[in-house]
Design a protein around this ligand. Structure first.
Ligand code: AMP
Length: 289
């Protein structure tokens, strides 16, 4: 985004400074807070974890092994090596152990693409871990292009509730740990340069199960727009956040949230959250054969 010719040390300080400014501007967390960073093994979340540690925050990594063939095992090794190299504790959990099925098994049993369950399960287990260690905040490595992709898709479908909730930080609420995206104004090119300068080895493989995912196609189109007219994505996203400040959302009907009767996770559904409903459906399907 910034076309500044910087040497290694200046690039690293500039990268840190911009992350710190985002954290402070959106009151994401402070130096005394316990910060969980969800690490996928990719460049963004690993760059974030190390940058936060270098900035003096107390960081704990969390990785969910989804059991994706030709993907999860490499990602798992990558995050473990990263944790050892940079002395950052990383907690690894296996979906199959905590949920009973891997992502591929779920997809086969439910006869639906894995991508339609992946986000829900990741959010659920990340939050569960953050709550289990009483973390103050849960950070993800979503970058400016990830945020712009979500915004663009939500605008195309006028998903009001999602547009209302899209912010670089979401406060703690009813069973949900506070969530933050400190890379919301950082590009993927910048996280790649940071990883290179800091010696972070990361996994550079797209998820083998998401090649046809719609979000990826939207992202590629946005990147095309950015290439044609640099700065477009930055203006789109920042314009949205400043526009939001001017809107009175008090008249907006927020959906009713209550704790799931099975696990306590907040849900807008009647009795059970989507993960508990998924678990029930899976065991019904399995017992039916
Ligand atoms: P994605 O949804 O794959 O674009 O990833 C967005 C963010 O979610 C990443 O930057 C990570 O912070 C987090 N994340 C993705 N996959 C995992 C995973 N398997 N375990 C822990 N965190 C993850």
């Amino acid at each position: 985004m910034y076309n500044l010719p910087l040497c290694r040390d200046h690039f690293i300080s500039f990268f840190h400074k911009r992350i710190r400014e985002t954290i402070e501007k959106y009151k994401m967390f402070g130096l005394e807070d316990k910060v969980v960073v969800a690490v996928s093994g990719g460049k963004d979340s690993l760059a974030l974890a190390l940058a936060l540690k270098d900035l003096g925050y107390s960081v704990i990594g969390y990785f969910l092994d989804l059991g994706i063939p030709e993907g999860s095992a490499f990602a798992r090794e990558t995050v473990i090596r990263f944790g050892e190299k940079f002395s950052i504790p990383v907690h690894v959990e296996e979906l199959r152990s905590v949920f009973g099925y891997s992502l591929v098994q779920i997809s086969e049993i439910m006869r639906r693409p894995a991508c339609s369950f992946c986000g829900t399960l990741k959010r659920y287990y990340m939050n569960r871990f953050a709550r289990s260690i009483e973390a103050d905040v849960l950070c993800t490595g979503h970058t400016m292009f990830d945020e712009a992709t979500v915004l663009f898709s939500n605008v195309l479908q006028w998903k009001e509730e999602y547009l209302f909730r899209q912010l670089p930080v979401l406060p703690e609420e009813q069973g949900l740990t506070k969530k933050a995206k400190p890379l919301a104004f950082i590009t993927e090119r910048e996280t790649a340069i940071y990883c290179f300068f800091k010696g972070i080895d990361y996994l550079d493989l797209p998820c083998p199960l998401s090649s046809g995912a719609k979000s990826r196609r939207v992202k590629l189109r946005l990147l095309q727009l950015e290439e044609d007219s640099p700065g477009t994505i930055n203006r789109f996203l920042k314009g949205f956040y400043s526009f939001k400040k001017k809107i009175n959302f008090s008249s907006f009907n927020k959906e009713d949230i209550q704790p799931c009767r099975e696990c306590g996770y907040p849900t807008t559904a009647d009795r059970f959250c989507s993960v508990c409903r998924m678990k029930r459906k899976l065991s019904e399907n399995v017992s039916r054969g």
